[in-house]
Write a new protein. Structure first.
Length: 179
């Protein structure tokens, strides 16, 4: 399994308007191999501070992170699950808290083995309107379509992401309405 990130994917991530991160599968603890500027603005961390670490460092050591961590660990440990959505309490570099809605999808090689985890982050605490949620949903959908399209050139595939994605704006809206 190759852990070399195609340059086209890195370039795409850097130009994406939403917070994106890429983690390596098949290496201990699924460390980040790339994050974009939007991720750095959201979290307050520089890329050099986070590459090589698992995103868990963003999660405060509190009782309310246990369920989210368990759900994400179950996703990461089950290669038959291709995509997932998780609401996770996070902390920025300055110590301020935000509620992160994380969408994760496996990028798999042609033999079906996972190569990377492609993840987007959305600050639920900052979403003030359904229109913001729809914009994020649209941008995430575009990102997944683009990654799927050019990923094929590098033998990377995303499966089941579109179905989960189609439900993301409604899920975020439900979280905001009931949270």
């Amino acid at each position: 399994m190759s852990s070399t990130v195609p340059d086209a994917l890195i370039r795409y991530m850097q130009n994406a308007p939403i917070a994106l991160a890429l983690g390596a599968i098949g290496t201990p603890d699924e460390p980040l191999v790339s994050v974009n500027d939007a991720f750095c603005r959201l979290t307050g961390y520089a890329e050099s501070d986070v590459v090589g670490k698992n995103c868990r460092f963003l999660q405060p050591e509190t009782e309310d992170t246990k369920d989210a961590r368990a759900q994400m660990r179950a996703f990461l440990d089950d290669p038959s699950v291709n995509a997932g959505r998780f609401e996770v309490p996070n902390m920025r570099a300055d110590g301020s808290r935000f509620d992160n809605f994380v969408f994760m999808s496996r990028l798999k090689n042609q033999t079906g083995e996972g190569s990377f985890i492609f993840a987007s982050q959305f600050d639920l605490s900052a979403a003030n309107s359904y229109s913001e949620l729809k914009t994020y949903d649209h941008q995430l959908g575009k990102s997944i379509e683009d990654v799927t399209d050019f990923g094929k050139n590098f033998g990377l595939m995303m499966r089941q992401s579109a179905e989960l994605l189609s439900q993301s704006a409604a899920t975020i809206a439900g979280i905001r309405l009931h949270g």
